[in-house]
Structures are given as C-alpha cells and as structure tokens.
Design a protein around this ligand. Structure first.
Ligand SMILES: Cc1cc2nc3c(=O)[nH]c(=O)nc-3n(C[C@H](O)[C@H](O)[C@H](O)COP(=O)(O)OP(=O)(O)OC[C@H]3O[C@@H](n4cnc5c(N)ncnc54)[C@H](O)[C@@H]3O)c2cc1C
Length: 384
C-alpha cells in the first residue's frame, strides 16, 4: 500500500514522484523501460532578453493550430521561467544563457545542460530520491486502487507502436488504454507529430533523430537529384515533414541499399561551419563519424518518423484525469506525453521537456494532496 503510485519512469514520472515525496507522501514508481526522456536534448525556457512567457504562449498557440487547451498552455508558459532557478542551464562566457532556436519558436528559447538535459534531470531526481521511494520494474496492465490512494499515469506516448519510429517499442499507449477502462476521456488521438529528420542509414543509426536546429546554421535538404528544397528554414516540424514526404511521393526520394522499402532524402549539413558541427552538435557529429559518415563532408539520409503523440488523456490544470463529462476520476492523475491538448496539432521543438517538468510536478503534488484526504484504500472506481 502506498499513498502515490507513479506508473512510468520518464521525466514526467520521476518529477511526479519527487513532488509527491516533497509533499510528504509515500511513493512507489513502476516502469518497464527508460522511455524517451533520456533523449531530451534541450527544453524551452523563455530566458532570452527579448522573450517572455507571453511570447512563448503566442508561439505555442500558433504552432498548435487552434487545437491547444489554452489553460494548460498558460500554465506551461507561466511556470517555465522557474525552471531557470532550479536548473544550472549552460551559459556563455558573458553570463548569458546558451540558447538554441527550435522549430516553431520566434526567438532562441532552448536551454540545456551539456546538450543532455533529459538524462541530467533524471539523474538528479533519482539521486535525490534514492532510498526514499520504492522502484519496481515491470509492465502495468491495470490501474489498481486497492494498493494506492492516488495514481499518476506517466506512461508516455504510443509512437513505439510504429515500425519506423525514434521511440522505443514499450511506448505503446498502455496508460491511455488503462485509464479509458476507468472511464477517462481522450482527445486528438489522430494527431501524431513526425520528426522530419530520423536516420534511415547507416543501419546502426536507424531510428535516431538528427536535430533540426541545424537548419538555422546552414543545413539544407536535397532530393535524389541533389536539388535543394524547403527554402523556408523557419518552417515547423509538420511543414518540413510534409515537404520531405512530397519529394518522396513524387519519386524524388533516395533509397538506401540496406533499407530498400523506405525512401528518404539527404539532410545536408556540409554548409554548417565545421566548428559548430564539432561543438554544438558534437553528439551527432561523433555518432555519424563512428558509423563511417563525416557529416562535415557528406549528407545524412533521413526520413520523417512518428515522434510524439499529441493526443492523449484529457486533464485539467491540476492534472486530474477527466471523464467525457468533464468531471475528474477520483485519485487519478496524468502528466507528460500520455496527455493531450498542450501542444495542439504541432509541438514546438523543446516544449515536451518543459511540459514534463512542469506538469510532472503538478501531478505529483496534487496526487499527494489527494492521498492525504483519502485514508481509505478503495476509491469507488471500477478498478481491481
Ligand atoms: C529521440 C527523441 C529526442 C527527443 N528530444 C527532445 C528534446 O530535445 N526536447 C524536448 O522537449 N522533447 C524531446 N523529445 C520528446 C520527449 O522526449 C518526450 O515527449 C518526453 O520525454 C515524454 O516524457 P514522459 O515522461 O511523458 O514519457 P517517457 O519519457 O517516454 O516515459 C514513459 C515511461 O513509461 C513507461 N511505461 C510505458 N508503458 C508502461 C506500462 N504499461 N507499465 C509500466 N511502465 C510503462 C516507459 O517504460 C517509460 O519509463 C524527444 C523524443 C525523442 C523520441
């Protein structure tokens, strides 16, 4: 028996566990893998002098194309600046933040710690919780309120179900299935964001995305004839994916001998200064070099792949999972990619990391509050 059961070992889950412990709750966390969170490279925090939570909100709503839950976006953008007080994001010699401009942002907004904020934050939270919570390995298939006063679903998205994706296969939407069995509402389940630039070859790099911010540094796309396309370097991820797909469906895609069924296009970073590739993009540069491709001289073969589930469980601003009539399911909370509505029809690059840190904390703290006023084990839900 625990106060709060967290399902999912990504950043949303660990962040929820951290907040619940801070609120005095006993916590157990169960997961069947690491999820996408260790791959988070950078996150959006409006810290540039010309930036603000309002501007971040404008960008998010514009990118979401009318599909965002405005109240959730407001929380995301309002709470994001506080992350700069909590995390020692990388800075330049003059003290300013090192910033990248992700697709969909009108100003540079992505901060990081050594280009690995996801892994860094996970390690920090796990160190802080060492010995304070119970951690279990395994796949949960049913929400069991006989063992927890409150449950936080943080099982991530479902893009692992696709054959060619940059997500691990354990991300198949289990949390959504389980919550729906308890009467939860879902939204926008047809919305999946494709990452435009996922490696097709060499084989050992297949499924690993190449960061699109390289477009701002001089990278471009070329089709099988070597023709450059996509002149608008400020396009969003969905527009870039569509432009690539357009080349492919019109027979201008490139087939790698080792993946003859999925055509791609060339992502050509040879126009990016070598110094920037070797430093800002050191991980990509070294990864390709180890696989026999020098991206300072050769293009990378990429194709769009399912990357982020944009739809998911309907939550309110307290991360309570809602039923179709808008009322909460008592004791059930959710945060992270398992939820829908924050990014609308198109997520700005870097906003998922902000989302899991902001909403993971809210879910954990709200679940702990619920557990305190809920001494009895059975919640009246249809759970076994
Ligand atoms: C390659 C890659 C790079 C990315 N880079 C960035 C970036 O730089 N910036 C950014 O903002 N976003 C980025 N994203 C998106 C971001 O990683 C995710 O949206 C975010 O990590 C989701 O966090 P989460 O905690 O909700 O889910 P996840 O981190 O995916 O964790 C889900 C957890 O739930 C567990 N789980 C699932 N089902 C079950 C079950 N039935 N029982 C038990 N456990 C279960 C999984 O094993 C996992 O531990 C990237 C995504 C990918 C794929």
């Amino acid at each position: 028996m625990t106060d709060v059961l967290v399902i999912g070992g990504g950043l949303a889950g660990w962040r929820a566990a951290e907040a619940a412990v801070k609120a005095g709750a006993s916590v157990a966390l169960v997961a069947n893998g690491a999820g996408n969170s260790p791959d988070i490279h950078a996150i959006n925090v409006p810290v540039a002098p010309e930036d603000s939570p309002e501007r971040y909100m404008e960008d998010t709503l514009a990118s979401g194309k009318g599909k965002c839950d405005v109240k959730l976006v407001e929380i995301l953008c309002r709470e994001a600046p506080a992350l700069a007080e909590e995390f020692p994001f990388d800075r330049n010699a003059d003290g300013s933040y090192k910033l990248l401009q992700p697709l969909g942002c009108s100003v540079p907004r992505c901060v990081s710690i050594d280009h690995k904020i996801g892994a860094w934050a996970l390690a920090k939270i796990k160190r802080g919780l060492s010995g304070k919570i119970e951690v279990l390995n395994g796949r949960v298939t049913e929400l069991d309120f006989s063992r927890a006063r409150a449950i936080v679903i943080a099982t991530g998205g479902w893009c692992g179900k696709y054959g060619f994706s940059d997500n691990p296969p354990e991300l198949r939407g289990d949390g959504i299935d389980m919550a729906v069995k308890l009467g939860a509402a879902v939204r926008d389940m047809y919305l999946v964001q494709y990452e435009p630039t996922v490696a097709l070859a060499p084989a050992r790099l297949r499924g690993i995305p190449v960061i699109t911010t390289m477009l701002y540094e001089g990278a471009t796309f070329r089709n099988k004839d070597g023709m450059e396309f996509l002149p608008d370097k400020h396009a969003n991820k969905d527009e870039i994916s569509r432009a690539i797909q357009n080349e492919i469906v019109h027979g201008r895609g490139v087939l790698a001998p080792e993946v003859p069924v999925i055509p791609g296009v060339w992502f050509d970073a040879t126009g990016v200064p070598a110094r920037i590739l070797e430093t800002t993009y050191a991980d990509t540069f070294k990864r390709y070099l180890a696989a026999g491709v020098d991206i300072r001289k050769e293009p990378m073969l990429v194709a769009p792949a399912p990357h982020t589930s944009l739809g998911g469980l309907v939550i309110d601003t307290r991360c309570r999972v809602l039923k179709p009539d808008g009322t909460p399911i008592p004791g059930l909370y959710a945060a992270g990619e398992v939820t829908g509505g924050i990014h609308g029809a198109n997520r700005i690059g870097g906003s998922a990391g902000t989302e899991v840190l902001v909403f993971g904390r809210i879910a954990g703290s709200e679940a702990a509050s619920h557990a305190k006023i809920q001494p009895c084990a059975v919640q009246g839900n249809n759970a076994s």
